[in-house]
Ligand binder design. Structure first.
Ligand SMILES: [Zn+2]
Length: 155
């Protein structure tokens, strides 16, 4: 698919501003000077995300369907808050995991990081870099950071 956000913004603006006429996809293409097939793709993507609605009317003469489009951008607030909830839930799970476990880091400075039971299984030797010694990590800072982030998102 070959279009950027630029065309989508132009079309969104037309949908918001044009309240004095019924907007078909052809009319939107005319007003936006964006190619019709791209207009249709954008309208379809917006529709999939519940940001447009259409009314389908059969043209009596040609027998073809005509689509009249309207925006439902007020759904954007719901969409965003749903995403926010999903993110803060993930952070919550992460924070609990951090809170409920002791972590061990490799003293070679590699990225090896293990929960207690795994470190024990490895005999406190790093499996990532071949032989570093695993030392308990102070993860209070990380937990507090996650806590702050969650509070921020929720407020
Ligand atoms: Zn290591």
């Amino acid at each position: 698919m070959d279009f950027g956000g630029k065309e989508a913004i132009i079309i969104a603006k037309i949908l918001v501003k044009t309240t004095n006429e019924d907007l078909t996809d052809e009319r939107i293409a005319e007003l936006s000077e964006v190619r019709l097939n791209i207009v249709r793709k954008i309208l379809y993507i917006l529709n999939e995300n519940k940001l447009t609605e259409f009314q389908r009317v059969r043209d009596k003469r040609s027998g073809w369907y005509i689509y009249y489009w309207t925006e439902t951008f007020s759904n954007l607030t719901n969409l965003l808050s749903e995403r926010k909830d999903a993110v803060s839930e993930k952070l919550d799970i992460r924070m609990k995991f951090e809170n409920e476990n002791f972590f061990f880091m490799c003293n070679n400075g590699c990225t090896g990081r293990y929960i207690f039971i795994d470190a024990m299984d490895l005999n406190f030797r790093c499996a990532n870099c071949d032989g570093g010694i695993l030392e308990e990590e102070r993860n209070r800072k990380k937990v507090n950071f996650l806590k702050d982030t969650i509070i921020n998102i929720r407020s």
